[in-house]
Design a protein around this ligand. Sequence first.
Ligand SMILES: NC(=O)c1ccc[n+]([C@@H]2O[C@H](COP(=O)([O-])OP(=O)(O)OC[C@H]3O[C@@H](n4cnc5c(N)ncnc54)[C@H](O)[C@@H]3O)[C@@H](O)[C@H]2O)c1
Length: 253
Amino acid sequence: MTSRNSRAAIVTGAARGIGAAVATRLGADGFAVAVLDLDESACTATVDGIVAAGGRAVAVGADVADAAAVEAAVERVAAELGPPTVLVNNAGITRDNLLFKMTEDDWDSVLRVHLRGSFLMSRAAQAHMTNAGWGRIVNLSSTSALGNRGQANYSAAKAGIQGLTKTLAIELGKFGITVNAIAPGFIVTEMTRITAERLGVGFEEFQQARAKETPVPRVGQPDDIAHAVSFFVSVGASYVTGQVLYVAGGPRG
Ligand SMILES: NC(=O)c1ccc[n+]([C@@H]2O[C@H](COP(=O)([O-])OP(=O)(O)OC[C@H]3O[C@@H](n4cnc5c(N)ncnc54)[C@H](O)[C@@H]3O)[C@@H](O)[C@H]2O)c1
């Protein structure tokens, strides 16, 4: 097994928000990090931050739902950073609408990025993990997996990610690979800012309302999720697999 410091990690959707915080944390933990997002140039700030802190990182542009782009991206990471044995499937989008207003495109786009994207990235990366006899996959689910008004597409995708996580855990366990999911509650990012905008509520006001209804009376920050990812990918977490961890300031967010 390679030493922890030489391991390469891929974080998808890492140009901003939760993905950027996860990439930064893994860089600080000693991983060489591939900061992957749709637009390679959008990854510069995350990469520069990791490098400035003494870490190693590269920017990779790819659409996680495009099979050829995913294969090429994973091979590029293997060539530039070494075999990617850590994968964080974080890329995501929302296209919220009540069912009667939800278009087929709203449905397909969301399922495509979250579910097809996590499937394709996991399939491409597992070859390197099984070769190494060690690997960690962490998938981003959501409290919306339990149901959320206006999110039929997103909640179906996030519940699907929990099923994907458990099945991959069963299939890949014998290769030293763990697969877990994190289900965040309300985290302050561009995604939740857009939700507030859609609802016609100021972002500050939206956050205060959400904090009030959360048992730990605050909203979540991207670092709250990065901390949980850091645990799941650690060497010591080798007997924890197929789990869904709600990081939501309460049992249900
Ligand atoms: N913010 C929250 O409250 C919250 C709660 C639960 C779950 N999540 C999940 O956490 C993850 C990150 O969310 P965020 O809040 O940081 O969102 P965000 O919108 O700030 O960032 C998402 C990133 O994913 C990238 N992306 C989108 N489609 C892509 C694709 N096809 N290929 C590659 N990259 C793509 C975007 O360009 C963006 O940089 C998502 O999976 C989201 O569903 C977020």
